[in-house]
Design a protein around this ligand. Structure first.
Ligand SMILES: [Zn+2]
Length: 114
């Protein structure tokens, strides 16, 4: 499962900060604009989130993500640093340039990035 890519600028206007270009809400990878469809790094990043979400039965991914964000927010005092230090994001950013990563990725690899 690599995710179903859709483009919805409206979604980002309603829910997202302007800096975000994509978000993964299983089974969808939602992109801000059409040109992002060709950004392989962005798509790979979001596909790593698809795998993480499947492994955590979707719901637990979001619970973990929000709880870890709140902990990191207290630790760092910054929303951006908190986001960058979430284990799911650290794993996705570290491997977003490697198109073979999902073929070799161990189960629950995000734990390594805690
Ligand atoms: Zn991400």
């Amino acid at each position: 499962m690599k995710g179903i890519v859709i483009v919805s600028p409206k979604f980002f206007k309603l829910f997202m900060a302007s800096w975000a270009k994509g978000i993964t809400l299983f089974p969808f990878i939602i992109l801000k604009d059409e040109k992002s469809r060709n950004e392989t790094t962005l798509i790979q990043h979001e596909q790593i989130h698809i795998r993480q979400q499947i492994e955590m039965l979707i719901l637990f991914f979001y619970i973990w993500y929000i709880v870890e964000y709140l902990i990191r927010r207290i630790q760092t005092g910054s929303w951006r640093k908190a986001y960058q230090n979430i284990s799911f994001e650290k794993e996705a950013y570290a491997h977003q340039h490697n198109n073979f990563y999902l073929k070799e990725r161990p189960f629950w690899e995000h734990i390594y990035w805690l």
